[in-house]
Design a protein around this ligand. Structure first.
Ligand code: GTP
Length: 305
């Protein structure tokens, strides 16, 4: 495509809600380089693009699938598209259910060799989630993300001492870990060394069938307490919920709602259209998306009645 040196690529993985978008926004706001972003949301409503927009000139969203398996062709097209803007670096946010080996496979495609060079794959580890759900250590998707990464960044640590966790990750995955409370190791992320395209060891885990997503869009408004109670009820079956909601109590002032595990936050959102756009991602065995859709719609309709 060009005669210049290949553009370095950083792949950011991490389980649903681990803190990938937050990390990328921090990287982008450091102003280190002109970075283009490619963002993959598992659901059909690309909330992450809205959360990264404004931080960066070029951001492309790939939605409703996973770039490690079903969206590999889309990833190739997105890379070609961002290269037209001549970025100094590209960051790819994988969906929370991606196995990075599938992404590395795509980046090893000979059609890209002259244009992009994979510099680093890292995994964001949610320390709070690990403390609350120790079984996460045995989750095949979580493990595949760490196995396929060069570094781990440990976030949501509060005031926890991370030395034991760092040792464990080092022993199990031969990974170096960084504490997200410290300065970003930008030089390591874009080391400039790149990696020779090489065959990926083992087939990527394609476990997307384990997860089910509800995308709910409504032009109406939700009552705060009723919505909060509903989310508390659904939380045990959900891995992640996020989106923009319009609340009856705050007309004309859209709110960004986020939930990881049982921890939910509401914060003011600027410049969004009125109404609600929500994504709920749950375990197929426990979460009934159509029942949740009916209950959300019912909350809105009761306000309108
Ligand atoms: N306290 C704390 N909260 C964090 C940190 N990083 C992220 N969060 C919160 O965790 C929630 C999820 O963060 P995101 O950055 O959207 O996570 P993500 O991995 O991009 O989520 P998905 O793309 O949905 O998988 C948000 O409410 C963030 O504000 C952190 O280091 N500390």
């Amino acid at each position: 495509m060009t005669n210049s040196a290949p553009v370095p690529v950083l792949v950011v993985t991490g389980f649903l809600g681990a803190g990938k978008t937050t990390f990328i926004n921090r990287l982008l706001s450091s102003g280190e380089r002109r970075i283009a972003a490619i963002v993959n949301d598992f659901g059909a409503i690309n909330i992450d693009v809205a959360m990264i927009e404004g931080q960066v000139d070029t951001v492309i969203g790939l939605e409703n699938g996973c770039i490690c398996c079903s969206l590999q062709g889309d990833l190739l097209r997105a890379l070609k598209q961002v290269l037209e803007h001549e970025p100094e670096a590209i960051v790819i946010e994988a969906s929370g259910v991606s196995d990075p080996r599938g992404i590395v496979q795509t980046l090893s495609d000979p059609v890209l060799w002259a244009d992009v060079r994979l510099d680093c794959t890292l995994s964001i580890v949610d320390v709070e989630d690990l403390a609350e759900t120790p079984a996460r250590f045995d989750d095949p998707v979580w493990r595949a993300q760490l196995r396929g990464s060069d570094f781990a960044i440990l976030g949501k640590a509060g005031d926890a001492d991370l030395s034991a966790l760092m040792l464990r990750l080092g022993a199990e995955f031969r990974l170096r870990s960084f504490d997200a409370r410290d300065a970003l190791p930008v030089d390591l992320l874009f080391s400039g060394q790149g990696k020779a395209p090489s065959p990926v060891e083992g087939a990527p885990i394609q476990d997307a069938a384990r997860f089910v997503a509800l995308e709910w869009v409504s032009g109406g408004s939700l009552p705060f307490t009723g919505f909060q109670r509903l989310m508390e009820t659904l939380a045990p079956a959900l891995y992640r919920a996020k989106g923009f909601v319009s609340l009856v109590e705050r007309p004309g002032a859209p709110v960004l709602f986020q939930m990881v595990g049982r921890r939910a936050t509401f914060e003011p959102a600027t410049g969004r259209d009125p109404g609600c756009r929500l994504v709920l991602i749950g375990d197929r065995a426990a979460f009934d998306p159509e029942a949740a859709r009916a209950r959300l719609s019912d909350l809105v309709e009761r306000q309108e009645a």
